[in-house]
Design a protein around this ligand. Sequence first.
Ligand SMILES: Nc1nc2c(ncn2[C@@H]2O[C@H](COP(=O)(O)OP(=O)(O)OP(=O)(O)O)[C@@H](O)[C@H]2O)c(=O)[nH]1
Ligand SMILES: [Mg+2]
Ligand SMILES: [Zn+2]
Length: 305
Amino acid sequence: MNKGRIVKALSGFYYIKTDEGEIFQTRPRGIFRKRKESPLVGDKVAFTYETKEEGTLEEIFPRKNELKRPSVANVDIGFVIMSAKDPDFSTSLLDRYLVSLEQYAITPIIYVTKTDIVTDEEYTEMKNKIKVYEAIGYTIILPERGEILSSEEIIETFGKLADQRLGVFLGQSGAGKSTLLNKINPDLQLKIGETSKSLGRGRHTTRHVELVELLGGLIADTPGFSAIQFEELTIQELPECFPEIWETGKDCRFSGCLHNNEPNCAVKEAVENGTVAEFRYDNYLSIMKEIENRKPKYGKKKGDK
Ligand SMILES: Nc1nc2c(ncn2[C@@H]2O[C@H](COP(=O)(O)OP(=O)(O)OP(=O)(O)O)[C@@H](O)[C@H]2O)c(=O)[nH]1
Ligand SMILES: [Mg+2]
Ligand SMILES: [Zn+2]
């Protein structure tokens, strides 16, 4: 049987790219629907074919992980694209993207766009927050204020980050994901869209997920989104999604400390003396509250008889 990777899913067809770089248009065997299994972009698969336009997706190989939004399997890196302005930079949104990747052990890389349209003051304020992320250990790329990087500089900045890996560009609509990818390779000719001045956000220009060969790896442009739900995450897993809280939390008095109302909590102390940033801790608590208030999908609700 032939093997390859799903690089695009559109209107019931799955497009499979082989190691030789050939693309086959396939439909999945009926068995997948019966098993309620859907093939995903990023899946490694086996297929058969009559012609390049008429193939059958026969088997999905086990996944390393499965990112829900954007829906891509076997992701190594999440490139979180944040705009400095239009839409405005927000640490609470950034932390939500980071948690959505950390929960599947996907390495995040943060890139800030639109530093050419911020004021000095806005830039300084943003830079101070970005220092916090650097101190935690995140790779975060912030071009100088006023500067628009050339294609060469962008490619150099990304360097080997994507080499031999599967990376996903994610972020709000209008953040500049497609613009950045077009700069890396102008042949892509991805559609870009104006942000709405009145709403301060993008217009959902990118409509589907497609993997392209870029920077030595496979990269997916994806439709922008800012509503992030944590349906699979438990409260006990949340501290691990904030690396500095996880580290600091090793010194808490209780081993299962959630750093909320427990006494002798090292994290709360660290927030008070400034070694853990207060805004990160606030974002942590707000996601925790959200998980607590989530309606359970299965089983009984709290208080049910
Ligand atoms: N000034 C400035 N504008 C930018 C920059 N990057 C992107 N833009 C503009 O921002 C708008 C949105 O860019 P897109 O690349 O379409 O954004 P996107 O993240 O792909 O958006 P969706 O596909 O809707 O998710 C366009 O008008 C771009 O020209 C930048 O670095 N500086
Ligand atoms: Mg786009
Ligand atoms: Zn604690």
